[in-house]
Design a protein around this ligand. Structure first.
Ligand SMILES: Cc1cc2nc3c(=O)[nH]c(=O)nc-3n(C[C@H](O)[C@H](O)[C@H](O)COP(=O)(O)OP(=O)(O)OC[C@H]3O[C@@H](n4cnc5c(N)ncnc54)[C@H](O)[C@@H]3O)c2cc1C
Length: 374
């Protein structure tokens, strides 16, 4: 597939796919506002998009399974392996939800000590929940923050691009929605500078009228949702869906989780597992697998593929207090920089930055800024 085609596997299109079963309680007509457009008194600061403000380009591989994340248990000799992997482009978003499900399965054994393999957002959240429920936990991992994929994430709380709606059944969709609800509630307890989590107004910019499935996971997760139709166009788009969600700053957040894990007596062993026999040799009898894309080789899951993402990071602009998403183009303001996205390339493994993609992302975001009317 051509690169440009791959770029079109966008947030919005994937969101539509991911959300076919994910309707919330609120129906669309009730969300439409009588207002002609976004609040005219609301000032949207201009994002200064230029190559000279570019401070870094980052690339990561989303651990994507068209069939959705795996949370479940299997036996390996005398050990119980609990899986928690394959969250695609929504691992940060779903983390507390699937970690809670995995921790429940692990705790059912009645054991007091646990091994968690992986030290990304999934491993750390699962480890913290096991600790909070009274367990002793050792994390075994090849990489720790800041070297994990979780550090590359945007990271908007938005459960998109995590499965293909054609490949999942209703039981999975219910599990997914439950994970969304648990995680959404849990993240609210981390809002503040210490954990790098904050609420932010977010705009979905569209040329076509929006559909209900945009409210992925359920409308109740998106406070103060408004849908505007304005032919004059805000940001150059006639249809804008506005809602509130959270932005998570991975560097701050993952470091804070690491600190909490150590303060609660957790230990980290740097170790790469090359096969199941090395896992079988661990002293703990319950092992939680949070290896992300690593599970493909370690547990032979061929359905797990990378979806490569490249982000451009511009100098921080504290005055920018909103996010936008439009197809594959998006912007999240963080304290460590303005995050510009992005790319979604299925089954591409390269971690090298692609200069053409940098140009396309800068140009795409610059076009959106040209449409800013306020
Ligand atoms: C560009 C980009 C943007 C993204 N934006 C968002 C976003 O806005 N919102 C959102 O929610 N999500 C986003 N994501 C997705 C999110 O980053 C992932 O879903 C999430 O990081 C997966 O977490 P994880 O803990 O499963 O995997 P990882 O962070 O990859 O952690 C895996 C851990 O397992 C260890 N490991 C793997 N194999 C082995 C082995 N054999 N032996 C020992 N250790 C092993 C690794 O060293 C690491 O410690 C984005 C991802 C990318 C790339």
């Amino acid at each position: 597939m051509l690169r440009q085609d791959m770029r079109r596997r966008s947030f919005l299109k994937s969101a539509l796919g991911a959300g076919v079963f994910a309707l919330g309680q609120t129906s669309l007509p009730s969300l439409y506002t009588a207002a002609a457009g976004l609040d005219q008194k609301r000032r949207f600061a201009t994002v200064k998009i230029s190559r000279e403000r570019l401070i870094r380009t980052v690339v990561g591989l989303r651990p994507y399974r068209p069939q959705g994340f795996v949370v479940g248990a299997e036996r390996l000799g005398d050990k119980l392996i609990v899986h928690n992997y394959g969250h695609g482009g929504a691992g940060v978003t779903l983390s507390w939800g699937t970690a809670s499900m995995a921790a429940d399965l692990a705790r059912e054994t009645g054991q007091g000590s646990y091994a968690v393999i992986g030290c990304g957002v999934m491993g750390l959240s699962t480890a913290r929940l096991l600790q909070r429920r009274g367990g002793r936990v050792t994390i075994y991992a090849k990489e720790q923050p800041p070297e994990t994929t979780s550090n590359v994430a945007g990271a908007l709380w938005y459960p998109t691009t995590s499965f293909n709606s054609q490949k999942v059944d209703q039981a999975f969709v219910e599990k997914f929605k439950l994970a969304c609800r648990i995680s959404h509630r849990a993240f609210q307890d981390f809002v503040g500078a210490e954990y790098g989590v904050r609420w932010v107004e977010t705009l979905l910019l569209r040329n076509d009228p929006p559909q209900n499935p945009e409210l992925i996971g359920g409308a109740q997760l998106y406070p103060e949702t408004r849908i505007y139709r304005d032919q004059r166009g805000d940001f150059g788009f006639p249809h804008v869906t506005q809602f509130n969600t959270m932005v998570i700053e991975p560097a701050v957040y993952l470091n804070a989780l690491l600190r909490d894990f150590h303060l609660a007596g957790g230990k980290i062993v740097v170790q790469e597992f090359r096969g199941r026999e090395e896992i079988a040799a661990l002293r703990e009898s319950v092992v939680v697998n949070c290896t992300g894309l690593g599970a493909r080789v370690l547990f032979g899951d061929d359905r797990l593929i990378p979806v490569r993402g490249q982000l451009e990071v511009l100098l921080p602009q504290p005055e920018v207090d909103y996010c936008y998403l439009s197809d594959s183009i998006y912007m999240f303001p963080r304290r460590d920089g303005i995050i510009l996205g992005g790319t979604f390339e299925h089954d591409r493994w390269s971690l090298a930055a692609d200069a053409n993609q940098t140009t396309a992302t800068l140009e795409g975001n610059a076009r959106i800024m040209k449409g800013l009317r306020h």
